[in-house]
Ligand binder design. Structure first.
Ligand code: ATP
Length: 164
């Protein structure tokens, strides 16, 4: 299945704008051509929903979420940034663990069971992509997803050149 990352991101952006009118969503689309990946469309949607849901859930005062989509030679890249409570250095790895929640009491109020990021990471890695997190307590977080692009011309394997 071939999925256009820009298209799915745009659709999720519109959906979340409608679902959370009190939030200010910004989309920074830096794609110059379709970013096509071999990823099931529902899987990519699920990844986006997990990251956007979290951005909203853990935004405290500033109700703003930035979404960016771009690509380099190898990857389609999506970033979801919030300006919420942030995640400490110590918790950065753990938030991707199943059932891990940073502040048990406070997180429980917000609902959820600590599975979202574990699922997102598993999906992304299943497609040979990767997820990373940049965060600072009190300032917010950026989750970045990279998924391998379908290359227009698959590089040929090195074969001995026949000069006959
Ligand atoms: P759910 O299973 O419904 O997704 P959850 O949000 O608790 O529930 P995860 O998405 O796996 O589960 O997140 C794990 C923990 O990481 C959260 O409980 C929260 O403490 C922290 N976290 C996740 N995203 C953010 C964020 N954008 N800002 C701050 N903390 C976050």
């Amino acid at each position: 299945e071939v999925t256009d990352v820009g298209e799915v991101v745009l659709q999720n952006y519109h959906n979340f704008e409608m679902l959370y009118p009190e939030f200010n969503f910004m989309l920074d689309n830096d794609l110059h051509q379709p970013a096509l990946v071999h990823v099931n469309r529902n899987h990519l949607e699920q990844i986006m929903i997990i990251l956007l849901d979290n951005a909203i859930k853990y935004s405290t005062i500033r109700k703003e979420v930035h979404i960016a989509v771009a690509s380099d030679e190898r990857y389609a890249q999506v970033a979801v940034q919030d300006f919420g409570e942030g995640i400490s250095e110590e918790d950065k790895k753990k938030v991707f663990h199943r059932f891990y929640r940073v502040d048990k009491a406070r997180s429980r109020e917000k609902g959820g069971n600590g599975l979202g990021l574990a699922i997102a990471q598993q999906l992304v890695e299943g497609y040979d992509g990767n997820v990373s997190l940049e965060s600072s307590v009190g300032y917010g977080s950026v989750f970045r997803v990279e998924l391998p692009l379908i290359r227009e011309v698959e590089p040929k394997s090195e074969e001995p050149v026949n000069t006959d």
